[in-house]
Design a protein around this ligand. Sequence first.
Ligand SMILES: CC(C)(COP(=O)(O)OP(=O)(O)OC[C@H]1O[C@@H](n2cnc3c(N)ncnc32)[C@H](O)[C@@H]1OP(=O)(O)O)[C@@H](O)C(=O)NCCC(=O)NCCS
Length: 179
Amino acid sequence: MTLADVTYLPETPAHDLEIDDINAEAFGPGRFARAAYKIREGGPHDRTLSFVAMNDGQVIASVRMTPIAAGEGRAQMLGPLAVRPDFKNLGIGRKLVAMALEAAAEAGEAAVVLVGDEPYYGPLGFARIPRGQVSMPRPVDLNRLLAHEIAPGAVAKLSGEVCHADLAKTQPQRETEPA
Ligand SMILES: CC(C)(COP(=O)(O)OP(=O)(O)OC[C@H]1O[C@@H](n2cnc3c(N)ncnc32)[C@H](O)[C@@H]1OP(=O)(O)O)[C@@H](O)C(=O)NCCC(=O)NCCS
């Protein structure tokens, strides 16, 4: 197997079962208790910004993106990112992150956030979100809350609890105070 045998495709529903299996293998049953999982339960991920790596007709790695809201701020949340053990350390994870970031920029997204290891994601263009600026629906190590800014000032607009963007849309609009 060489990297020439790996192809990258936009995700489709046909990949779903294999992606579930890859995520189960990478994260185990504990994945359901994670803060990011809770946010992803709020609505669908964005397949147009989500990608798979394929080898010999099999999905060997996946990255997903989910639209989120935090206060006035909007962004995409990257994850899960997972690579089959036999294919780790070949640059496939890095390539999927780069594809997701490029697609997000092309789609006019303002920022990409994630919960992950800074030593891995830092060199890929992510930096810590200042402590206390945003919170998550379940406890997370705040050192792992990272963002990649696309539109200048977009990360500063993220504030308060992060939720799926569809839930923010359904929040009742504040009524104008009577004079
Ligand atoms: C993390 C993961 C996606 C990386 O994918 P990958 O294709 O193996 O990684 P790449 O080939 O792009 O990068 C490999 C490099 O990243 C480093 N790396 C991998 N995981 C890392 C981590 N958690 N923290 C810091 N560095 C890490 C490797 O040591 C390697 O370093 P080198 O280039 O100096 O040798 C993959 O290991 C995986 O699926 N892990 C289990 C699920 C997971 O933890 N996902 C991330 C959630 S935040």
